[in-house]
Design a binder for this molecule. Structure first.
Ligand code: SF4
Length: 224
């Protein structure tokens, strides 16, 4: 596939893009130009009432995160408020927090704050079940603390325990790369992210992007 989509590399002026206006244009790899049938089929999904309502409320919430919208908009709501307001719009009463054991204090604070806002809050740590890493074939060399007993992260169990607790919306707090992928895959309740794990960047991976021309030059020269 030569013209696979690469929107991040698009250099068409924003107000002249195919994804901005019907008369707009896009480069050879433009998915708006190249994938009309896929886009049409995907858009049909919004005809399902529950999907349409979810998307509609998310879009309303998006707009309400700005003040002064008549004059261009000014962002005013942190993600915590955005999550609470969206959950209210959806009439969600019980929220699940799927968190990393390394963020136990943060999980307590987040759960307490959500409870203060009137939600029921279930929370499940990544190490739930205390399943040894040997279960998935991890060797002593491959552990964080090499050759010590160590339990695996169990994102599938996190998702299923939260689903059994009848959570309406699950919130991910700092799950590892890949463990979060499994959580997204297995959670039956919709999932949103409160924080993405980044052990070095204070769980703000974009800090490395914002400082890529300075202290984060290593991003351009991967050490892998
Ligand atoms: S959809 Fe097309 S026009 Fe829009 S950013 Fe992607 S490549 Fe550019």
């Amino acid at each position: 596939m030569t013209n696979y989509p690469r929107c991040a590399e698009c250099r068409v002026d924003r107000d002249k893009r195919a994804c901005g206006t019907a008369a707009g244009s896009g480069p050879a790899f433009c998915p708006t130009r190249n994938a009309p049938e896929t886009i049409e089929t995907a858009t049909e999904q919004y005809e399902r009432p529950e999907v349409k309502e979810f998307a509609r409320q998310a879009s309303i919430q998006e707009a309400e995160c700005y003040s002064d919208r008549e004059t261009g908009g000014h962002p005013v709501k942190p993600r915590f408020v955005e999550i609470c307001e969206f959950a209210r719009k959806m009439n969600y009463e019980r929220l699940g927090v799927a968190y990393c054991a390394g963020l136990t204090r943060e999980a307590y604070t987040l759960a307490s704050a959500l409870q203060d806002r009137g939600f029921d809050v279930a929370s499940v740590v990544c190490k739930v079940g205390a399943t040894p890493k040997e279960k998935i074939g991890i060797t002593g060399d491959e552990k964080v603390r090499q050759h010590q007993p160590e339990n695996m992260c169990s994102p599938i169990a996190q998702a299923q325990v939260l689903d059994e607790a009848d959570c309406d919306l699950n919130i991910v707090l700092g799950l590892c790369v890949g463990h979060d992928s499994l959580f997204f895959q297995y959670s039956e309740a919709p999932v949103t992210v409160f924080a993405a794990k980044d052990r070095v960047m204070g769980h703000n991976p974009l800090a490395a992007v914002y400082t890529m021309d300075g202290y984060s030059r290593w991003m351009k020269q991967p050490k892998e």
